[in-house]
Design a protein around this ligand. Sequence first.
Ligand SMILES: Nc1ncnc2c1ncn2[C@@H]1O[C@H](COP(=O)(O)OP(=O)(O)O)[C@@H](O)[C@H]1O
Ligand SMILES: [Mg+2]
Length: 357
Amino acid sequence: MQVAVLAGGRSPEHDISLASAAQVLRHLDRSQWQAWPVHLDRDGTWWPRRSALPAAAAWQPLDRSLAIGPLRPGAALDWLLDTAGIEVVLPVLHGPNGEDGTVQGMLELYDVPFVGSGCAASAVAMDKLRTRHALQVAGVPLPRAYEPGGPLQTADAALEFRRLQAEIGTPAFVKVDASGSTVGVQRIETEAELAAFFTTFRGRFRRWFAEQQVQGEEITVAVLGNTGDELQVLPPVGIYPRCDSWFTHEAKYRPGATEEVIPPRGLGPARLDEVKALAKLCHETLVCDGMSRTDMIVTAAGPVVLETNTIPGLTETSLLPQAAAAADLSFAALLDRLLRLALERRQGSDRARVAAG
Ligand SMILES: Nc1ncnc2c1ncn2[C@@H]1O[C@H](COP(=O)(O)OP(=O)(O)O)[C@@H](O)[C@H]1O
Ligand SMILES: [Mg+2]
C-alpha cells in the first residue's frame, strides 16, 4: 500500500519530528508499505517527494531536487491522492499545527485514512487545560491546580503569584495551554520567575495555569488501539532524569540524560495494574485512536496524570517504541499495527455511514 509520511511542520518540535520520521522510514516494512515522505516546511509549505522512497534509501528532507513544492497543504494532498495514489497517511508531527487536530481535520475533510487520533481528540489532548477538564469529569486523579480567571496577555505577576501561593503553594509548575516537549512548562518558586514566564510566553499563547509540584516516580504508559475496540496497554516505563530534578527539554533530548526503566523501579504489581487502567481511561476519555502515551507521577498516595500525548516521539529510543519492544512488538511491527488501526477505523466509519443510510 502507498503511505504518505508527514514530517516537520510549523512547530517548535519541527526537528524532533524530522528525527522521528527518519527513524519511522528506516523501520517501516517497505515490502508492504511504499513510503512517500512529505516535508512540511517551517513556513507552512508542503514538499512531497516526487517518487516513493526506494527501499534501501534514507530520507533527506532538505534535498529539494527530489521533491515537488512549495505547495499549499491542500494542493499537496491533491497531488498525493491523485498522482501518488496514497491510501493512508502517517503524520509524524509533534506539537502545534500537526499534533493538534489541524492536519487531522484536513485529512478528515479529504476522507483519507490516517494514523492516530482524529481532529477533536488531537485538539483536546494538545490543550493541557481542556485535557484537565475532560479528565477531571472522568474521575482521573490530577495535580491540584490554580486556574487564573484572566488571559495570559494581561496577567499581573504580583497578583497572580499571591493567588497561586495561596491556592497551591510553591514550588509550582506553570504551563501554557498548548505546549509540548517542555516548551512552555516551567518550575517556579518566586514571583520574578513567574514574571519571566509571562514575559516569555505572552503574545505566543492565550492561557496559562499552574500545578502543585507533585513528588514521586515519573512514569509514562502507552496504549494502542482505537477507542471502542480492544485496547492494548503497553508496559509502563519509569523515567529517571540524571541531570535535572524533572523531565526538562534537555533531559528529554540529550542522549543519555535520562534513564528509562521497564517496569518502573518502585511499582509493585497492583500499582502497575492501576496505572495501566488509568492510561486506558485517559485514552478512552479523550477518545484517542491508534496510540496515546499518558505521562504520570506516582506519589505515595497513588498516581496523578500530567498529560496525554497523541503523537508521542517515534525515534528508536523514544518511550513508545521502547514500551512496544518490551511487549515483543518491534518498531516495524508497531508501525504496521498503527497503519492497520488507521485502515480499521476507516472501515468502521464506512460501516457507520452505511448504517445511517
Ligand atoms: N505538577 C507537576 N509536578 C511535578 N513535575 C511536573 C509537574 N508538571 C510537569 N512536571 C514535569 O515537567 C515535565 C513536562 O510536563 P508535561 O506536562 O508532561 O509537559 P510536556 O508537554 O512538555 O511534556 C514532566 O515530564 C515532569 O517532569
Ligand atoms: Mg509530557
